[in-house]
Write a protein that binds this ligand. Structure first.
Ligand code: BGC
Length: 395
């Protein structure tokens, strides 16, 4: 299934023009869709996502907007997250107290992964207990603060609540990035939590006890991943398996949990290239059947960011160009494309259930902006403070 015969980088002015117009349209779409309260809707028109904002999607969107110079948009999203958290401070303190007393609340009592645009809990059934987004918001906020020297006082209470919540729950099994397999502890989830805590510690904003608790948690996570989350020189989908998942790419770049040039960093990128990438389009994981298991432009962008971080810019550019090739009507980026489906018989059942798969997906647009920015194909230069976590990244 691997096609490594693609030609080398062709950085043409036509290609640059396509990238520029997608970046511009993506920025306009994200700004236009962001609510006055700061929420980024995941996909305004897709039946199952409409009306909701995810901590995961939103944090990567905010990071892309920040990296591309849209400070106000990113900070309005952080305000939205902060309101979601501080308006639930009693509930979060209860979760923390019960967990520390050895009585961890049931999964249904934990914070959901998505909220309505107004910041309320939703009424629809969802695969809600996911921890990664809470780490990712801390990470995106810390990166933003370091990138522009922005003070963090405005979000202080929400940061403290998140640190306490994550420090007492990081090792619980929960749904992963793809809202699946709740019985496992997922390595990408652990990495997102660790990056969030390490980045926020590096800002110097936390009080001593909070900083100590965060640092201890980061160390525990690193040890856990080192012992149970690496096989055949690559990170694994969950602890104790050999399987791979493309969400792990985010831990190399932009989240810097793992050095791109370390053996496991290199091994993870190679494994994703070999097992999950077909003609530059990246699958989530080998047994994916959601909408038949297509290829996700946002994952090609994450692979591009990891390749760029490893110094392989031509490869990153090929991946960006593939993501550009999935744009509908020239500029609209979908969640996935129905090319090289892994399990085609599952496509129609999902269409029957929810209609055609999500498009536009704001997260896809954001990752496109993020990679184009890292490759300096946009007006703005990436001033990412990704050197924040300097210890033990080689695993
Ligand atoms: C994906 C999630 C994503 C959500 C909203 C789901 O299909 O699995 O990762 O957060 O859509 O975009």
């Amino acid at each position: 299934m691997i096609d490594k015969s693609m030609p080398g980088s062709a950085v043409t002015s036509n290609g640059d023009a396509a990238v520029h117009s997608i970046v511009q349209a993506s920025t306009e779409l994200i700004l236009e869709q962001q609510t006055p309260g700061g929420a980024y809707p995941a996909s305004p028109s897709f039946s199952a996502y409409a009306g909701y904002c995810w901590f995961r999607d939103g944090s990567y969107i905010a990071d892309a907007m920040s990296a591309a110079g849209h400070i106000d948009s990113a900070e309005r999203f952080f305000d939205w997250c902060s309101n979601v958290l501080t308006s639930r401070s009693g509930r979060i303190r209860h979760i923390v107290a019960e967990s520390l007393a050895g009585r961890p609340p049931a999964d249904e009592q934990m914070l959901p992964t998505r909220f309505t645009l107004e910041g309320d809990d939703g009424n629809d059934e969802w695969w809600d207990f996911q921890l990664d987004g809470y780490g990712t918001w801390l990470w995106a906020l810390a990166e933003h603060s370091a990138r522009y020297g922005r003070p963090l006082e405005r979000w202080a209470e929400a940061i403290a609540l998140t640190v306490d919540y994550l420090a007492c729950s990081w090792d619980r099994p929960c749904y992963d990035w793809w809202e699946e397999a709740a019985q496992h502890v997922h390595v990408s989830t652990l990495g997102c939590i660790s990056s969030g805590l390490a980045s926020i510690v590096a800002t110097g904003h936390l009080e001593e006890t909070s900083a100590l608790r965060s640092t201890e948690t980061v160390e525990l996570i690193r040890r856990r991943v080192q012992n149970d989350g690496v096989r055949n020189t690559h990170l694994t989908k969950w602890l104790g398996t050999d399987a791979l998942d493309a969400s792990l790419l985010a831990l190399i770049a932009p989240m810097n949990f793992l050095e791109p040039v370390s053996p496991v960093g290199k091994g993870t990128v190679s494994a994703v290239e070999e097992q999950l990438t077909v003609n530059n389009g990246v699958h989530r994981y080998l047994t994916d059947s959601y909408y038949g298991g297509g290829q996700w432009p946002l994952l090609s962008c994450f692979l591009g960011l990891a390749q760029e971080a490893a110094g392989n810019r031509p490869r990153a550019r090929e991946l960006l160009d593939w993501a550009a090739s999935t744009a509908r009507g020239g500029t609209e980026l979908p969640e996935q494309v129905e090319d090289n489906l892994l399990d085609a018989e599952y496509l129609q059942p999902w269409i029957d259930r929810w209609g055609p798969s999500a498009s536009p997906l704001l997260w896809s647009h954001a990752m496109f902006i993020r990679l184009a920015t890292a490759l300096d194909i946009t007006r703005h230069t990436d001033r990412s403070a990704s050197g924040l976590q300097t210890n033990e990244k080689g695993l």
